[in-house]
Design a protein around this ligand. Structure first.
Ligand code: AMP
Length: 463
């Protein structure tokens, strides 16, 4: 059971189509011919572009073939958590479909209908009763093992930004090993895990030396910026990396990327023969991370600047902001905490929801392709702005100072992960607003000319 999803293709401003590497693979003849028959999901359910119908039908396929499943997975751990949450909402309906041998009427995708008709062709009340009993249990701990009793392992990436989903997966998996098989990116398949049963926190990947020409930029974790100002950093070849040292990965690939920085920081942990093995440390620019999408700080800052210019037209000033992700809902979404005031007054302003909703959309428009494609495919929910009371960011600073930061060096953190700090912010929320449109390539309707933007940038609070 491998839950796989295609993402919608979108067009670059030049008209060229852009799609994710996984989508390219899933729609290829290679996948259809060699791999799709190994999965419980019928190919049409994977290729269905409506992610809700696709998820529902893939779940149904897996339940109907529950005794054949030996491995449960998805590319990233986040998708599996999403699938379980989806199942929480839909298990009764799925059971009813199995009991009657009929697919729900809201499934309208013809590919899904046709492929399901081959395996959902007669009532199966015994199977429906069995699944209902499992789902009616007091706790869902270990539910994956109960639903698919032949499962030997969970196959999903659980390292890097996916580590946040491991506790949830462990709860649902009932002790099954979580296997992160490979370290891959659109630039190429970079490494494989030769000890698949290692714990996610100990997982290391062996670089496959013939996948690209690999080079490494040494990274000094403690004082990266300072050092890079002072020294010319020497690029190191694959054979010269040092054990225990962190590096940024640089690749030259067959498709033509030349000395391209992948953006990942890796730490050398050992060797397999002469090939170095690495632990994934972090994304260099990762800031907010939901699903496989990673938003960089500068993208968010650009989006905030644009939104600030927009609200400035209504005499609203952004006093300060920070961000967080909420993965407790499906799909996860980005949250911005905003403190606004009226120009020339310290009072909290009266807000028109449409202005703040438009601001959500403006920020989303500045985020990267993967973010926007994920929004279109409903893998990321609408961006939310939580308006906080006057004085909230002063209170946040007081909180940081009470924890040991120095007042003179304090900078508002642009992304908050600390539970206590999030609680502080949430306790001061006075309004919640969500983006009402899907971000695309449309030119922003309010775009100001450059000189106005520049003037406003200088005048606006906090710049
Ligand atoms: P993309 O270029 O969108 O395909 O995403 C590739 C990125 O996903 C990599 O550069 C990593 O940041 C991340 N990634 C891929 N595989 C792993 C892994 N096994 N562990 C942690 N992060 C990974």
């Amino acid at each position: 059971m491998q839950l796989l999803f295609v993402r919608p293709e979108i067009k670059a401003p030049s008209g060229l189509p852009m799609r994710s590497i996984l989508t390219s693979y899933l729609i290829s003849k290679n996948f259809e011919k060699h791999e799709s028959s190994l999965h419980t999901s019928r190919i049409a359910t994977i290729l269905c572009s409506d992610s809700k119908q696709s998820m529902y039908c893939q779940m149904l396929c897996a339940l109907l073939q529950r005794n054949e499943v030996v491995c449960v997975g998805s590319v990233f751990g986040s998708t599996l958590v999403q699938a379980i949450r989806f199942f929480e909402d839909y298990w009764k309906e799925l059971c009813s479909n199995i009991r009657r041998g009929q697919l729900s009427a809201w499934i309208s995708d013809t590919g899904c209908i046709n492929s399901l008709s081959m395996i959902l062709n007669k009532p199966n009340p015994e199977l429906a009763d069995l699944i209902e009993d499992i789902c009616n249990a007091k706790s869902w701990e270990g539910i994956i093992k109960k639903l698919w009793p032949g499962t030997k392992c969970i196959d999903a990436i659980g390292t890097g930004s996916m580590a946040q989903y491991i506790p949830m997966l462990e709860f649902y998996c009932g002790g099954l090993p979580l296997v992160s098989k490979y370290y891959a990116s659109s630039e190429g398949l970079l490494g494989i895990n030769l000890k698949p049963l290692s714990k996610p926190c100990d997982t290391c990947y062996t670089l496959v030396p013939n996948m690209a020409y690999f080079e490494f930029l040494p990274v000094h974790e403690n004082n990266e910026e300072e050092r890079s100002k002072k020294e010319v950093i020497e690029v190191v070849d694959l054979v010269n990396v040092k054990l225990g040292q962190c590096y940024e990965l640089v690749v030259t690939t067959f498709i033509g990327l030349y000395r391209y920085k992948v953006g990942d920081i890796l730490k050398v942990t050992g060797y397999h023969n002469n090939a170095p093995q690495f632990q994934f440390v972090r994304r260099k620019d990762a800031f907010l991370s939901i699903d496989s999408e990673k938003t960089a700080e500068d993208e968010l800052a650009e989006g905030i600047l644009q939104a600030k210019l927009f609200v400035g037209q209504f005499q609203l000033q952004l006093v300060d902001y920070t961000s967080a992700v909420d993965i407790s809902l499906i799909p996860g979404h980005c949250i911005l905490f905003w403190e606004l005031k009226m120009e020339g007054s310290s009072k909290s302003p009266e807000l028109s929801p449409s202005i703040i909703e438009e601001s959500c959309y403006i920020v989303e428009q500045s985020l990267n392709f993967v973010y926007r494609a994920s929004r279109m495919g409903n893998l990321i929910g609408p961006l939310e702005i939580r308006m906080v009371k006057h004085g909230t960011f002063d209170a946040l600073m007081d909180f940081s100072v009470s924890k040991g930061s120095s007042v003179s060096q304090y900078k508002t953190p642009r992304c908050i992960k600390l539970e206590e700090a999030l609680k502080k912010l949430n306790s001061r929320v006075v309004g919640r607003y969500f983006s009402q449109q899907l971000p695309g390539y449309k030119t922003l309707k309010w775009k100001l000319n450059k000189s106005v933007m520049h003037a406003r940038k200088i005048n606006s609070f906090g710049d």
